[in-house]
Design a protein around this ligand. Structure first.
Ligand SMILES: [Zn+2]
Length: 441
């Protein structure tokens, strides 16, 4: 008995000592891949990529690798960084009519399917731009669920009658009933705050939960009921309060806004990323570009028929759609530097499943290489603005030291973006942080 006990103990000690070494020894080499590194206009010559412990270790021809290295033969296929969706709403995929009568569980279960769907489409990272995604992020990081890395903003902050205020005109004033809140506010997907003190509190609550950046609304929105797209939201001191709270945490503020005046105010007050911007003029776009502000536009969401939209909302959507061509044409014309990919899909798992159409739609204005940069290296740079709040390493590029978020696919998206529209068929390998989510090779 004594002997058995001591040999068991020795076994356990052996395992404890060896387990970390075994984990460290997890290496995979991908042979014979033509690499889009997230930056270049062209694919590389056939190359090998060595992944050690979830990080890209080296790239080269006929790499010599340690013993026991697992091998994937890409057989001349394209290898590229995992995609980044810089404007996601992983928690908001319930149809609106269903969201109105659902409990927290329905939101959560639907979000787990949304997360999985994003990863299946090749998105290894998302910047979540409003939604209570903190626990989902934890579950994914902990290996409990499949999904992309999440950079959560927490609840988007807006003023009363702003874009976070999803109450209809019939809802009572909060001055009469302090509990007058939309279902989205009750579930922590958005938050309404008025005055510097409330904005600071809302910002700090998001930071407390682990927001990597903050999102505010500085102008009207489509899905909210009471705010036309041309209006300005928040006073200067309210926007400044959010920017200050973020900067004290070493991070930044992104602002939802469509109109020129709102964009200028946000930029002047320290906002670093502008979401949408469909209605801005050329002078404002140049103003942003000169100040290295990030532009995060969307295409597909303005073509979506959102179930349950009223006439006002439909008119606003039309207005935004009509502005889009001039925004994108102008951005292309001036070679807008800091522009990213983001889809902003809400209320439909089905549409989210087709998110890669957004990549193709952008080729109306941009070369495929430009679109791919928006969804890889550029988006990677944007999310890195979260500085010390960035919980992961370098993303969006294939280079030594970057996190091993890697796709291997049939076809060359630099020549034909539509190969990414059929990810079930064409995406042969989806690797996130060195872990294989899919391997069809
Ligand atoms: Zn959005």
């Amino acid at each position: 008995m004594q002997r058995l006990y001591s040999s068991c103990l020795a076994g356990i000690i052996f395992l404890l000592l060896c387990a970390p070494t075994l984990a460290l020894a997890e290496t995979i080499v991908i042979r014979d891949a033509r690499v889009f590194d997230g930056v270049s206009d062209q694919l590389s010559e056939p190359s090998d990529v060595l992944v050690v412990d979830g990080v890209i270790d080296s790239i080269g021809q006929s790499l010599s690798v340690p013993d026991n290295t697992a091998e994937i033969d890409a057989a001349g296929r394209t290898l590229m960084p995992g995609l980044i969706n810089a404007h996601a709403h992983v928690m908001l995929q319930l149809p609106v009519w269903q969201a109105m009568t659902s409990d927290d569980y329905s939101f959560a279960y639907t979000a787990t399917v949304a997360a999985r769907s994003l990863l299946d489409n090749g998105f290894t990272t998302i910047r979540d731009m409003s939604g209570n995604s903190f626990s989902l992020k934890k579950a994914i990081d902990g290996g409990l669920l499949s999904g992309p890395r999440i950079y959560p903003s927490g609840a988007m902050i807006s003023q009363t009658a702003g874009h976070s205020d999803h109450r209809t005109a019939e809802a009572p004033s909060r001055l009469l009933n302090p509990n007058s809140r939309s279902v989205f506010e009750q579930r922590g997907m958005v938050v309404v705050a008025d005055g510097e003190a409330q904005v600071l509190q809302a910002a700090r609550e998001n930071l407390r939960r682990g927001a990597t950046q903050l999102k505010i609304a500085a102008g009207g929105g489509i899905s909210s009921y009471g705010d036309p797209l041309d209006v300005s939201q928040f006073t200067d001191s309210e926007i400044r309060a959010a920017v200050e709270a973020a900067s004290h945490w070493g991070t930044y503020v992104a602002a939802h806004v469509y109109n020129s005046n709102g964009v200028r105010r946000a930029v002047d007050l320290g906002v670093r990323s502008i979401e949408h911007a469909n209605l801005i003029d050329m002078a404002t776009l140049k103003y942003m570009n000169k100040r290295d502000v990030w532009l995060s536009p969307q295409v597909m969401v303005f073509q979506m028929e959102l179930v349950g939209m009223n006439a006002d909302q439909k008119a606003k959507q039309r207005q935004a759609r009509n502005g889009l061509n001039s925004l994108m044409t102008n951005a292309k014309k001036i070679g807008y530097e800091n522009i990213v990919f983001g889809a902003d899909i809400v209320t439909s798992l089905e549409t989210l499943g087709n998110i890669n159409q957004e990549l193709v739609l952008r080729t109306q204005w941009f070369e495929p290489a430009e679109v791919l940069r928006q969804a890889t290296s550029k988006a990677g740079k944007l999310i890195a603005l979260s500085g010390p709040r960035n919980p992961y390493g370098k993303l969006g590029v294939i280079e030594p030291g970057a996190v091993a978020d890697i796709l291997i696919l049939d076809g060359n998206p630099l020549e034909d973006m539509s190969v990414l529209e059929r990810p079930q068929e064409t995406l042969r390998v989806i690797m996130k942080g060195g872990q294989l989510h899919k391997n069809d090779l």
